[in-house]
Design a binder for this molecule. Structure first.
Ligand SMILES: O=C(O)CCC(=O)C(=O)O
Ligand SMILES: [Fe+2]
Length: 299
């Protein structure tokens, strides 16, 4: 089956469209080939599939442990591992993100089926975060490698669900260094003041979306996408008015590995003042880490 596959690259940054493979018939051996394509292209699109919900879950399990979604409750009625997102006027996933980056062990691979899509609009964009990192200047790469960032699930109404990751992670399979901050879930660079963090995060969030790091895909119903959340971000364009329905299974991953932070967390020194509010979220996170009532963040 895999021998008949036709692989067509979609952009120089990332992405390939693959025809001639029936995903419903993929077993462990073919899954290894799919993994190799994911390493090469980061995002794969398989048009004209007819994958049932049960086959979708079976396919996902070949790649690892699955998670539906920790907060969004509109999972597919029968299969808890399937997250379903419906929209008719844009507004879903329309900010750059890596899936579930607010978890200590975020998503590894997302496998998404386009169930219903508009004729025009609703394209998805992905960005290559290894290329985005490699294209920064050396001093900027050096600075980012010494920093960590706080991510939380505020977009899902759960700001208290938070974690800290290195800003630059090393991809466990390819060894590539990857810029791991995103518009949707990253709140604050831990070692910088809030104002400095907003300046740098603001810059980097725009940077990753630079067209030369991206691919844009126009959907047809039945297409199945695989993407590696460890080295890509994605967003949906909110420019459609017809119904758009996707179903996703999510293969869970490892704790992101990167360099140790070179500086301590930034918390305003001295007595509490009005300006202390800028550090409230970070203080809360550090206090939780240190254990209630003690440790570095108790002031
Ligand atoms: O609908 C899409 O194209 C992507 C939605 C999304 O962000 C996701 O399923 O992770
Ligand atoms: Fe997503």
């Amino acid at each position: 089956m895999i021998e008949q596959a036709q692989v067509k690259r979609l952009a120089s940054a990332l992405g390939a469209e693959i025809r001639g493979v029936d995903l419903a018939a993929v077993g462990p051996e073919e899954a290894e080939q799919v993994r190799a394509w994911i390493r090469d292209f980061k995002v794969l699109l398989f048009p004209d599939q007819s994958l049932s919900a049960a086959e979708h879950v079976t396919l996902g399990r070949l790649f690892g442990e699955l998670e539906g979604h920790p907060h969004l409750v509109d999972s597919h009625q029968d299969l808890q591992q399937i997250l379903e997102l419906r929209a008719s006027r844009g507004g879903v996933a329309d900010e750059w993100h890596s899936d579930l980056s607010f978890l200590p062990e975020p998503a590894e691979i997302s496998i998404m089926k386009m169930v219903k899509c508009p004729d025009v609009g609703g394209d998805t964009l992905w960005a290559n975060l290894a290329l985005a990192f490699a294209s920064l200047s050396e001093p900027m790469r050096d600075l980012c490698e010494g920093l960590t960032a706080l991510h939380n699930a505020e977009p899902h109404g759960r700001p208290e669900v938070m974690t800290v990751h290195p800003m630059v992670r090393t991809h466990p399979e390819t060894g590539e260094k990857v810029l791991f901050v995103n518009e949707h879930f990253t709140r604050r660079i831990v070692e910088l003041s809030l104002a400095e963090s907003e300046m740098l995060l603001g810059y980097l969030k725009t940077w990753v979306g630079d067209s030369r790091f991206t691919v844009r895909y126009h959907w047809t119903a039945g297409t199945v996408a695989f993407w590696d959340n460890r080295c890509t971000q994605h967003m949906v364009l909110s420019d459609f008015e017809e119904e758009r329905v996707i179903q996703r299974v999510t293969v869970m991953g490892d704790k992101p590995e990167g360099a140790e932070p070179r500086w301590s967390p930034y918390l305003r020194p001295g007595v509490r003042s009005d300006t202390s509010r800028h550090d409230r979220l970070l203080r809360k996170y550090l206090r939780e880490q240190a254990g209630e009532g003690g440790g570095q963040a108790s002031s």
